[in-house]
Ligand binder design. Structure first.
Ligand SMILES: C[S@@+](CC[C@H](N)C(=O)[O-])C[C@H]1O[C@@H](n2cnc3c(N)ncnc32)[C@H](O)[C@@H]1O
Length: 281
């Protein structure tokens, strides 16, 4: 039996939560999060009430989960957060920046989704890596040249995005993106999750500052490197004593297959076109 097929009630809860979030489109989440409470749609009100309750329950009861549940939770967090599914990743070359314990890479391989999955982390517990995963985990700094080249996807969950603000841990994200693009195939994508934005209803200064920094950074790399990007809302989290509401999005950047003639993008273009060149597939 696959982990995801278990009758474990905790696993079923994770699955049903994910299904529920699929009912809300990215556009809807962005619209609602930017409104005052009084103007929220009824469905959004219910969603936030549920999330507030979960946040309070977690604080009171803590979370104790079996390793199976934790593994599945991490896998779903990656897939849902990044906006990817098994079909998109099938037989693709994938590199995870800041892979932590390596659950995502291990499950991609073990579930037969792709055998070409790799993780890089500054703090690798080499003793815990099973022989079958040898060569799939690299100890290193993802701000430097990446040792795995020609990737279809370079992803990062809770690692690169943490480096946008904070006192000690600020990273050179522009450099990380540039180095990653050097290691992507043409037509490949870099996906960073979560980009956090705070709700209008619960303003938090730190997060307002971080989204401003993302805006400046993306403007710069799109102008200087011509990188196309979009930010797609994926989830809502309610956190902390004050039930702060946070929209979590994935930043998707695509490496062009070919640069063609100057072009003006249509007004509903899916990606932001930073300069007058179109992505030619
Ligand atoms: C919060 S953990 C996230 C782990 C995993 N991505 C997950 O979501 O479960 C962040 C990870 O990024 C790694 N990390 C942070 N900065 C790094 C860097 N410059 N190079 C490589 N790894 C780094 C840390 O060692 C840590 O394992």
């Amino acid at each position: 039996m696959q982990i995801g097929e278990s009758q474990n009630p905790q696993l079923e809860k994770i699955q049903s939560k994910n299904k529920k979030m699929e009912l809300f489109s990215p556009k809807y989440l962005r619209e609602q999060i930017n409104l005052p409470r009084s103007r929220w749609d009824e469905d959004f009100k219910k969603l936030i009430e549920e999330k507030e309750k979960e946040n309070q329950d977690e604080k009171i009861n803590g979370i104790t989960e079996s390793s199976d549940v934790l593994l599945e939770r991490t896998f779903k967090r990656y897939m849902n957060g990044l906006g990817l599914d098994e079909r998109a990743l099938k037989d693709k070359k994938v590199l995870d920046l800041g892979s932590g314990d390596g659950e995502f890479v291990r499950l991609l391989i073990e579930r037969g989704i792709t055998s070409d999955a790799y993780g890089i982390d500054a703090q690798l517990e080499k003793d815990t890596i099973e022989n079958k995963f040898e060569g799939h985990f690299i100890e290193g700094n993802f701000e430097e040249d990446l040792p795995i080249k020609n990737n279809d996807y370079i992803v990062s969950v809770g690692a690169v995005s943490n480096g946008i603000w904070g006192d000690e841990e600020v990273m050179d994200i522009k450099r990380i993106i540039e180095k990653s693009f050097d290691s992507l195939k043409r037509g490949g994508e870099m996906r960073i999750y979560p980009i956090q934005e705070v709700a209008y209803a619960t303003p938090l200064e730190g997060l307002q500052e971080s989204i401003k920094k993302w805006g400046e950074l993306l403007k710069e790399i799109s102008e200087t490197r011509g990188i196309e990007y979009k930010i797609e809302p994926r989830d809502i989290r309610v956190v902390g004593r004050n039930n702060d509401i946070i929209l979590e999005s994935v930043l998707i950047m695509k490496k062009r297959i070919m640069v063609s003639k100057p072009h003006t993008p249509p007004p509903n273009a899916e990606f932001f076109f930073p300069n007058p060149y179109i992505l030619t597939i």
